[in-house]
Design a protein around this ligand. Structure first.
Ligand code: PGA
Length: 315
């Protein structure tokens, strides 16, 4: 490996991540023959093949997978070093990789504006995806920080709760149950129901509550996004259970039904793998978000409400 260069590792990392030399070339603004040549030289230094082609698809060999993991550690260490140096120079700069569950997209991106103004040297990449995908990303160490509602029990992680994420029953604004109080949960069985996709944390919590009370809803539609579900509810296709945060800022088309056992109490957590050393940039964001969440809670009463009435008053 003495002959291998950092440039070759960068090319290899991109090719492995995309499973494609062409896409690696595009990302790095190189020609495809240059990528092939760099990987050929790297393969020679390693002494074992790094890729294998099966049909039209490119796969990593075992040596390739090991090298891919090593590359990630190397680039992580270099990024960390760059940030340390920037910090020594009194600058907060570098990259911040965030991955948040779908419901947090109503809160987190809005706070990124002021954060970026405070720290113009920080570049942010934000992935918004469901619970299952977040877990995959965490296992593969792809981000600095994660925001999720259900902390994984099988992974060694550090986590901190920072804001409530109540799940409530959404219906169109003129729904016949909209004015009723303390609706028995069994009544949900009469309503056409719109459900999130498998792998969604919202779905899992909803299913758990329904199962606990032996309630079987009629799922008319399954949709992979909170926004799509909101459109379907507004269009009169049915009711659903979503995070209260998804209601903001457009609330006029919906009512929240006062069904017993609701809201389902959930919390957003800031999470990172236990062994991961947080970069200075990530630590800066961590502190910033906790502070911003506290202010948000004070302004909206999100973390302190106890009755559905209080939520309804806010709408
Ligand atoms: P989801 O995330 O997008 O996976 O439903 C929301 C949650 O887990 O609260």
């Amino acid at each position: 490996m003495n002959q291998a260069t950092l440039h070759q590792l960068k090319v290899f990392e991109a090719a492995a991540r995309h499973s494609s030399f062409t896409r690696a070339a595009e990302e790095l603004f190189l020609t495809q023959p240059t990528v092939s040549m760099q990987i050929k030289q790297l393969t020679k230094s390693v002494g074992l093949p790094l890729f294998e082609q099966v049909g039209k698809r490119l796969f990593l060999t075992e040596a390739g997978r090991e090298l891919f993991a090593t590359c990630r550690q190397i680039f992580e260490t270099i990024a960390q070093f760059e940030m340390t140096v920037a910090d020594l120079k009194g600058l907060k700069q570098g990259q911040l990789r965030l991955a948040v569950i779908t419901t947090a997209k109503y809160f987190v991106p809005r706070l990124l504006g002021p954060f970026c103004q405070l720290y113009p040297g920080i570049e942010i990449s934000l992935q918004v995806t469901n619970h299952e995908r977040i877990l995959e990303r965490m296992v593969n160490n792809m981000d600095d920080l994660y925001i999720m509602s259900q902390v994984p029990e099988h992974l060694d992680i550090n986590y901190e709760p920072f804001l409530d994420n109540p799940l409530v029953v959404f219906a169109p604004v003129n729904h016949p149950l909209a004015k009723e109080k303390n609706i028995p949960i069994q009544r949900l069985t009469n309503e056409p129901f719109i459900m999130r996709e498998p792998g969604s944390g919202t779905r899992r919590s909803v299913q758990q509550l329904l199962d606990e009370h032996g309630v079987k809803v009629k799922v008319k539609l399954e949709l992979g996004s909170n926004e799509a579900i909101k459109q379907a509810i507004a269009g009169g296709l049915g009711i659903s259970i979503l995070s209260r945060h998804t209601l903001m800022p457009d609330s006029s088309e919906f009512s929240i039904l006062d069904v017993e056992h609701f809201p389902i109490k959930r919390t957003w957590f800031m999470v990172h793998p236990a062994g991961k050393q947080l970069s200075i940039v990530a630590r800066t964001y961590y502190t910033y978000l906790l502070d911003a969440a506290k202010k948000f809670a004070e302004e909206t009463g999100f973390s302190t409400y106890s009755k559905l009435e209080d939520i309804k008053d806010e709408i």
